[in-house]
Design a protein around this ligand. Structure first.
Ligand SMILES: [Zn+2]
Length: 219
């Protein structure tokens, strides 16, 4: 039998990076990234508590290929904290590309968590930047709000969703990923690697349909 979930007061939906640049027409478009928006809108209406993340880079950010002479997007270089994939310029602070999608409709979201704003560190995870030391503050926020279960949806499955899920577990939260409310970039088999990693960490990948209406939220 398929497990069903009902959101309670201890549950939060983390909606990862539903921004113009990650959708078709954007500078770092995740294939079919726009398809998750209606799925996430429906999901979010079933949660009393929703947190949105927003990738938010300064111009000339370390993760941009354009910041490193002679490099191309999707190439990996060594930086102070280890390997870093280089990306096209994306989600630059204050630009349309960094805006949330117009069709994302979650007026009751309680927090917008921005990440990736330090010049010299990229941030895939909503919890820790890529140096794995700099905290975004999200774990403390979730603990203070007494959340114990983090449901995750968004872009991209194999990067920001993956690292956010792993860190949620590392921080002691239960983590559940709605895989059909995510899409992948899929660099060198990264989507399959993400599924394996989730399995080994006890992070469940489920369909958005397993979420039934919450008693807390009128639909
Ligand atoms: Zn980014």
């Amino acid at each position: 039998m398929i497990e069903r979930f009902t959101a309670g007061q201890q549950d939060v939906l983390l909606v990862v990076d539903i921004q113009n640049d990650f959708c078709p027409g954007g500078s770092l478009a995740v294939p079919c990234g726009d398809e998750v928006v209606p799925v996430i809108n429906t999901l979010a209406a079933k949660f009393a508590h929703v947190v949105l993340t927003q990738d938010w880079h300064p111009r000339g950010h370390l993760s941009f290929a354009s910041s490193h002479a002679g490099t191309q997007p999707f190439q990996t270089i060594e930086v102070a904290y280890g390997p870093q994939i280089l990306w096209p310029d994306h989600c630059v602070q204050g630009t349309v590309g960094a805006d949330f999608r117009n069709d994302l409709h979650i007026p009751h979201a309680e927090l917008v968590l921005r990440k990736g704003y330090h010049y010299n560190v990229d941030s895939y995870s909503a919890f820790y930047e890529n140096d794995r030391k700099t905290a975004t503050g999200l774990a403390g926020y979730l603990r203070e709000r007494d959340f114990s279960r983090v449901f995750i949806a968004g872009l991209a499955f194999d990067f920001c969703v993956r690292y956010s899920g792993e860190d949620a577990r590392r921080e002691g939260f239960e983590a559940v990923v709605f895989e059909d409310a995510c899409r992948s970039i899929d660099v060198d088999g990264s989507a399959a690697a993400t599924r394996e990693q989730f399995k080994s960490l006890g992070i469940r990948c489920v369909s958005a349909e397993t979420m039934i209406s919450s008693k807390l939220m009128p639909l």
